[in-house]
Design a protein around this ligand. Structure first.
Ligand SMILES: Nc1ncnc2c1ncn2[C@@H]1O[C@H](COP(=O)(O)OP(=O)(O)O)[C@@H](O)[C@H]1O
Ligand SMILES: [Mg+2]
Length: 86
């Protein structure tokens, strides 16, 4: 299962909602893989703190759409559940 948390601008609560959902899943002993869209390392560190796993960066600007698709596909194959956070 994949879920995208998105918002139309910064400050609307994407990170807050994402961290709450990740924490709730982790409390239920779920394996959860988070992703972060865009060049941000701070949110990724929050994700890792909650899930215990490295958050993967998906940035089509600094890489390419093809790379993002390959990266997501590769990591997703290894996980039963993955979350995409925009
Ligand atoms: N540690 C914090 N203490 C107080 N307010 C915060 C904190 N982190 C975020 N906020 C506020 O909560 C709101 C949502 O933030 P955030 O979840 O980071 O939004 P987004 O990820 O969409 O940019 C914003 O108004 C932000 O200023
Ligand atoms: Mg955020």
């Amino acid at each position: 299962m994949s879920l995208i948390i998105a918002g139309e601008r910064s400050g609307v609560g994407k990170t807050t909602v994402t961290l709450a959902l990740l924490a709730a899943l982790r409390q239920r002993q779920q394996v959860v893989q988070s992703f972060k869209v865009g060049p941000d390392y701070i949110d990724s560190m929050f994700h890792q703190r909650v899930t215990g796993r490295a958050c993967r960066s998906l940035d089509p600007v600094l890489t390419s759409e093809a790379y993002v698709q390959r990266c997501f596909g590769h990591i997703a194959k290894l996980q039963s559940m993955r979350w995409l956070k925009a």
